[in-house]
Design a protein around this ligand. Sequence first.
Ligand SMILES: [Zn+2]
Ligand SMILES: [Zn+2]
Length: 414
Amino acid sequence: MPKSKKLKWVAISCFVLGVGVGLYLATAGLPTANAQQSSPVKALTSQDVYYPGTEDLAPDEMRVTACGTGMPNARPKQAAACWLVELGNGDKFIFDIGTGSAERLSALKIPYDYLDKVFLGHLHSDHFGDMDALWVGGVIGNRVNPMKVWGPAGHEPEYGTKYAIEHMEKMLTWDKGSRFGNIDIRGLELEVHEFDYKAINEVIYQENGVTIRTIPAIHALDGPVSFLLEWNGLKFAYSSDTFPNKWWMEYAKNSDIAIHECFASPEILIQKQKFLPQVALNVGTQVHTSPAQFGKVMALIQPRMAVGYHFFNDFDTEPIVLSDIRKTYDGPLALAVDYMVFNVTKEDVTVRMAAVDQDIWPQPPTQPKLRPDLSKRIGFSDFIISGRENFNEIVQSIYDDINTRYGTDVKLPQ
Ligand SMILES: [Zn+2]
Ligand SMILES: [Zn+2]
């Protein structure tokens, strides 16, 4: 299905996208009303909504999808931090995998084999709380590639990404053990690439024309980082969480798309979240970046598209956040909600919302799956086996039916 005619985004103060606002200004490329041929029987030739799985990605195009834009506390409307970057060369990268975001990723109808690279900005649960869901759920969803994770080392080993992922794996010892001998478990392999959080603009990934660099972030404790991805002359900058800092100002400058946290303002934290004023001020302006600080950051780095996330974006919070940002920044801006989609090329940055199905099933694997190795099965104790009611006649008929339909000869275990 063809993409909608792209709109040229311009730096006008009224130009913002947010829930229920959708106010934008197009200066070029917008078809006039009578230029489109209407037909009672033909499909529309343009679409203003992104339907996952229905659009090719052009060789020079970057597509960025918001898979989590909320806050540390879970809510149905917004998962916690997660951004998917898809490139025209076929590569896909996940930046943060906060609580609830694996569900958003599943809605994009992408084979899990392509969702095997995760970059963690820091180890707050709202930035990696769905790592287990993507890891194990991805295996059940036909991923046979190992899961690869990049993340910062801590100021001490137990504050680092390696420690966190190793302990996630330990936490899921029973889960992992239960899969042995029952499914293809190659996807349960975890590869962790840890790097120095103090590294400045250092390359942590370079393959297939894609370079990803890390810069330090300032947030809560030593350890957090921000990321810069460059490919095909396009630059994607992602803050994860950070207080405004000099490294972001220097290295995120002139990004094509700059995604920076824009936390709920202290007033919102007091009114909506019932924070004490001193806590709201500390969390809202010292641990995080408030909307007014976010505006200043974007005014200084001048991206082609500034994206604010990390607040509950509602009809009554969005105007407060927007007016705070507009005190300091009048450039192109999108206030993200989940399923906002950005198509970035050298010519245009298009912003749309995705329309997703609820009835999602996994896509097939990208390579043949292996039969489970029965010798790896841990199995049951005699005590538990003694409790089975086998109903052999019933189950045998299920085996017979499947063997007939699929030309197999799977024997009923005795
Ligand atoms: Zn955080
Ligand atoms: Zn956060």
